[in-house]
Design a binder for this molecule. Structure first.
Ligand SMILES: CSC[C@H]1O[C@H](OP(=O)(O)O)[C@H](O)[C@@H]1O
Ligand code: HPA
Length: 243
C-alpha cells in the first residue's frame, strides 16, 4: 500500500519523513503544485505533495488539482490523506480540533473539476453520494484514537472559492445549508480523486471560528497561524499512529 499525503496550509512538509527521492512528475494536465516527495514514515511508504507549493505560493483557486491527483495516481498511490485547514461553524468544531468530515457541499466556481472533459465519445457521471472513502476515514479515526486525539467523526465540509475568507452572512447561509466546516481546497480535489479511483479522505484541522462565529471579531491571521501550529502537531501524531 502506498499512501499519498496532500499537505495544505500549515503542512508544507512532513517532519519525520525519511526522504528517499524527490520526483518531478509531468502530467497531461500541466505541472503539479510541487515535486512529489517519496519516503517512509513509521513503516509506511508515503508520497507527500505540498498543495500550495513548497513555498506556499499557489492560492486555492489556482491549485492545479487535476495535475496533483493525476501525479499521485501515476506514481502508484492508492490511499490519499488530504490535510486541510478549515474554519469551524458549529460547537463541536472549535479551533485546534481535528475532524474527519463525511460530506461536502461545493460552493466553488470556475475551477476545472473533471478529468472527463476531453472525452468526445462518452459522458461520465461518477457516483459521489459519499464523497470520502469509508476505509480511509475509519483508518484516520483509529489513528486518532491510538494517538489519544479526540477527532470529530463526521461533518460537512463547505468548499468556497477563496482566496478571500467568507462574510458573516455567507457563513450564516452555509450553516443553514448544513455545513460544519469551511475551506477553499476540498473541491474539486475530492471529486477528481474519486474519478481517478483513489481512496481519499480529509483530515481537517480547525484553524479558526468561521467568519462571524466565535466572539464575532474579525479573523486574525496570527491567531489562525497559532491554532494551526497546534493542530498540525496533532496531525503528525495521528500519521505516526496509522496502523
Ligand atoms: C486562512 S488559511 C486559508 C487557506 O487554508 C486552507 O488551505 P488548505 O485547505 O490547503 O489547508 C484554506 O482552504 C485556504 O487555502
Ligand atoms: O474560515 C475559513 N474559511 C475558508 N478557509 C479556511 N481555511 C482556514 N480557515 C478558513
Amino acid at each position: 500500500m502506498s499512501v499519498g499525503i496532500i499537505g495544505g496550509t500549515g503542512l508544507t512538509s512532513l517532519e519525520g519523513l525519511e526522504i528517499t527521492r524527490r520526483e518531478v512528475v509531468r502530467t497531461p494536465f500541466g505541472e503539479p503544485s510541487a515535486p512529489l516527495i517519496h519516503g517512509t514514515f513509521r513503516g509506511h511508504n508515503i508520497t507527500f505533495l505540498a498543495r500550495h507549493g513548497h513555498s506556499h505560493n499557489i492560492p486555492p483557486h489556482q491549485v492545479n488539482y487535476r495535475a496533483n491527483i493525476w501525479a499521485l495516481r501515476h506514481v502508484g498511490v492508492d490511499r490519499v490523506i488530504a490535510v486541510a485547514a478549515v474554519g469551524g461553524l458549529g460547537e463541536a468544531y472549535a479551533p485546534r480540533r481535528i475532524a474527519i468530515p463525511d460530506q461536502i457541499i461545493d460552493y466553488t466556481h470556475s475551477r476545472i473539476s473533471t478529468f472527463h472533459d476531453q472525452d468526445l465519445e462518452h459522458v461520465t457521471h461518477i457516483d459521489f453520494t459519499y464523497p470520502y472513502d469509508a476505509t480511509v476515514r475509519e483508518w484516520l479515526l483509529c489513528a486518532a484514537r491510538d494517538a489519544g486525539i479526540d477527532a470529530v467523526d463526521g461533518g460537512t465540509y463547505g468548499a468556497t472559492q477563496g482566496p478571500r475568507l467568507e462574510t458573516a452572512a455567507e457563513i450564516r447561509r452555509m450553516r443553514q445549508d448544513g455545513c460544519d466546516l469551511v475551506g477553499m481546497t476540498g473541491m474539486p480535489e475530492a471529486a477528481l480523486a474519486r474519478e481517478a479511483e483513489l481512496r481519499y479522505a480529509h483530515c481537517a484541522v480547525v484553524a479558526n471560528w468561521a467568519a462571524g462565529m466565535g466572539d464575532g471579531e474579525e479573523l486574525s491571521m496570527d491567531e489562525i497561524r497559532e491554532h494551526l501550529i497546534h493542530g498540525m502537531e496533532a496531525v503528525r501524531k495521528m500519521i505516526a499512529s496509522l496502523s
